[in-house]
Ligand binder design. Sequence first.
Ligand code: FA5
Length: 347
Amino acid sequence: MTDLSPEHASTLARLLAQVAAASAAEDLRAIGREALEKGGVVADLLASIPTLPPAERKGAGQAANRIKAELEAAIDARKRELEDGALLASRKVEGFDATLRAPRVERGALHPITQVVRELEDLFTSMGFEVLDGPEIELDWYNFEALNIPRDHPARDMQDTFRCDPAGELVLRTHTSPVQVRAMEKRRPPIRAIAPGKVFRQETTDASHEHTFHQMEGLVVDEDVSVGHLIHTMKTLLRGVFGKDIEVRLRPGYFPFVEPGFELDARCPFCKSGCSVCKQSTWIELLPCGMVHENVLRAGGIDPAKYSGFAFGLGLSRLVMLRYGIDDVRHLLSGDARFLRQFHRIG
Ligand code: FA5
């Protein structure tokens, strides 16, 4: 090992003594800075090398490296000593019991609605649909007027609305259907889109009605789109959700933004001859749907003479209830961890 000059040997000894006496990590960092940074003994030694006679340069470099290495090793060792000491001290506190179990780390999981939304997004994107979003605070125009529901239309009473301003221009959207018009404004056919999201209605809540719930809108616009395309898409949706082919039927349903409009029922996936889920009828009311009304195509800037389309409004909250056998919609957004814990899975 390189010999140090008496002067450097005494500097190193002084630094090592300071390290040994340090009682906190911050002191150790200060000693390191003092020696290694500009103006410190090691830095000075290195800086002086070019001014030394050539024969002395190698020795000076080696001396600087030795001081640096010894100092760093001593700092590391003292740091570990201090950490071990702190740990030992904490174990001496009264009541410390090394045999106790560590507290369990709570694992989070996806909400059941999010789990179903992600599955549906995968399913629909695999069929070429895009996933759209829309504002929850919506203009009256998109929520009602552009959907063929003018101000004085009685159909407005079908959805009790939270209004956000005295003029009534802004509403909390009562359904995801406004995304239909927003999608048409920004795109040209062919359009294939779904729009899952939260909607709001001023309702008295009960086991099947919430004031805040989830829907998923679906929209297809192209040339020659027919009810057959709608039925095929709905059957694909059901196969994805329930893992088997499920018979569907259409009943007439009235919504001003579709013509004709339907209520789609699915054969109960849980029984053959009637159960409590299908109220002994073997059919489950699943979703309203229909062919996009020509006034709505026009509001979205699309020529109804050339294009047609279908739309559906899936009650996501109800689908999640059906999927997991949940008997009260109010559990879903209750924030009750006891309820949510039942749906933990890697998601
Ligand atoms: C609509 O909201 C229409 N926008 C659906 C639509 C879209 C029709 C496209 C045609 C074309 P409706 O008000 O029926 O329709 O609601 C749709 C679904 O949302 C219902 O079938 C039901 O599953 C669910 N839903 C309605 N109100 C509530 C509520 N208060 N709590 C939970 N789910 C509800």
